[in-house]
Design a protein around this ligand. Structure first.
Ligand SMILES: Cc1cc2nc3c(=O)[nH]c(=O)nc-3n(C[C@H](O)[C@H](O)[C@H](O)COP(=O)(O)OP(=O)(O)OC[C@H]3O[C@@H](n4cnc5c(N)ncnc54)[C@H](O)[C@@H]3O)c2cc1C
Length: 461
């Protein structure tokens, strides 16, 4: 994968160009009793997209499917504000094409290299209490099931269970070949940044997160410093009007754009894997690396949402109801302080705090379950990162992860599906009491012979 934390070697790789190619490869796989995994942009920091070789799967060969030749825009409907695209298109390519048509995706996460289907499969989200995960904008999903059947699933289907399962499918229902998403008129983001302390953040979390359309908070443990970024949407005054062009994003010079964040910081983190006390003075580098990502106050939405995620990293992120988030953060702060030097060497980056609106995907960590998503309270994602400077493992990472997972687990947090986590099916089923069984029923009907499986799927589902 992108972070080089997992490797795999499929027995065979398919690169389909048409829906018929996809159906044929599924039939090939059934004949060969093979398992199939689609690989998107390989950005998931786990083995979710891994296609095991024959040995690992107890004798079943593993077929990988790459979708980069099915990456075209099919249709943009400006009147209805929809886009239909093939599943392998990246969010970046989709955003650029939409921008040319005066449109935009409603929200994005920190990067746009992912494929549209890969992002939807794991419940990829951005920031903003009024905005759901990317797949919450889906209107139609076309997939080839484990029997080679082409199924068109729509939000307004009389029985929407299959559609709701496909909104966060973990790649287990079939190979998605095409999606139709709701889009919005192109907009810009005006960004203001500020700093606050941990106590203020914990006391005022709901209002801080609601203070702008897209609020991102970065808390820098073990300190009490919190950087806040508030982004406000600026939309055209009328449907056919356009906004004045944003200022051109100045390219940071080599020192701020490359030397400090990508070379000096990585080299210093590498040195700190031997001598963790070197980490303390590195805080400003982390701040600069983050600050430089938003070096203009206003810009096109899809450019402003993105962050420079620096270099290879371990990352995990769990989701809790807004009402529990401050308590979880306080418990994390206490635990990080208590652990002291045992984890300090692994706390490389600020802890990122983002809210998302509840959605109706059966297995989205932000699912509203049976409550209508529109009336349910938002959720909060809390993410931690330990970099892998030049591929090296930082001391204390296992302890940092264990500490984080214990707290989130104890408080009923739900892990981001793309990121590695230690929960098995029984515990996960308890976290999705109203939707787990329905997802499994849809999965059995779409993939009765378990074609779309791998070690990740067997471990968690
Ligand atoms: C630097 C970085 C920043 C990130 N930022 C964010 C963020 O801000 N918010 C967030 O929520 N996540 C974030 N992520 C996680 C990322 O969005 C998810 O891992 C996403 O699923 C990756 O998409 P991908 O195209 O790389 O899919 P992959 O990782 O290749 O695959 C993910 C899953 O999708 C399935 N899949 C892919 N294509 C298809 C298809 N056509 N049909 C059926 N199944 C398919 C795969 O089988 C697999 O199960 C980030 C990751 C990185 C590395």
């Amino acid at each position: 994968n992108w972070a080089r934390t997992f490797r795999w070697q499929p027995s065979r790789t398919y690169v389909p160009e048409t829906d018929a190619d996809v159906a044929n490869l599924v039939r090939d796989a059934r004949r060969a009793r093979a398992v199939v995994r689609v690989v998107g942009a390989r950005h998931s920091p786990s083995d979710i997209a891994a296609t095991p070789d024959a040995d690992a799967m107890l004798g079943r060969p593993g077929f990988a499917v790459r979708m980069h030749r099915m990456a075209n825009i099919v249709h943009i409907d400006r009147a209805r504000l929809t886009v239909t695209a093939q599943a392998g298109i990246t969010l970046e390519a989709l955003s650029v094409a939409l921008d040319r048509a005066g449109l935009a995706l409603e929200n994005l996460g920190s990067i746009a290299e992912q494929t549209v289907a890969g992002s939807m499969a794991t419940g990829t989200h951005g920031a903003g209490s009024r905005f759901g995960v990317l797949s919450s904008t889906a209107l139609e999903i076309v997939l080839i099931t484990g029997t080679g059947e082409r199924r068109v699933l729509r939000r307004d289907d009389p029985d929407p269970d299959a559609f709701r399962a496909a909104l966060c499918s973990l790649g287990c229902l079939g190979i998605v070949v095409q999606v139709t998403l709701r889009v919005v008129p192109a907009f810009q983001l005006a960004v203001v940044e500020g700093e606050l302390d941990f106590a203020t953040m914990a006391q005022q979390l709901p209002s801080l997160l609601a203070q702008s359309d897209h609020t991102r908070l970065w808390w820098m443990p073990p300190t009490d410093r919190v950087l806040a970024q508030y982004a406000r949407r600026i939309t055209p005054p009328a449907a056919d009007a356009s906004l004045p062009p944003p200022p051109t994003r100045p390219r940071p010079g080599w020192v701020r754009g490359s030397l400090i964040p990508h070379h000096l910081y990585e080299a210093s983190l590498y040195a700190a894997t031997w001598m963790p006390r070197l980490l303390a003075p590195l805080d400003p580098y982390a701040a600069i690396a983050h600050a430089d990502a938003h070096s203009i106050p206003r810009g096109r939405s899809f450019e402003m949402f993105k962050l420079d995620c620096l270099f290879k990293q371990y990352v995990t992120e769990w989701c809790v109801p807004l009402a529990d988030a401050a308590r979880v953060l306080t418990a994390l702060r206490d635990a990080i302080r208590a652990a002291g030097p045992a984890v300090a060497g692994a706390v490389h980056a600020p802890i990122e705090i983002r809210s998302v609106a509840a959605d109706d995907a059966l297995l989205s960590p932000a699912t509203a379950s049976s409550t209508p998503a529109a009336t349910a309270a938002p959720f909060v994602y809390i993410g931690i990162i330990t970099y892998r400077p030049y591929g090296a493992d930082a001391p204390g990472r296992a302890r940092y992860w264990a500490l984080y997972e214990a707290i989130l687990r104890q408080r009923g947090g739900r892990p981001h599906w793309a990121k590695a986590f230690p929960l098995g099916p029984a515990e996960l089923a308890r976290l999705y009491p109203e939707t787990w069984a329905t997802f499994q029923r849809v999965r059995a009907s779409c993939d009765p012979d378990n074609v779309f499986t791998n070690a990740y799927v067997r471990r968690h589902l």
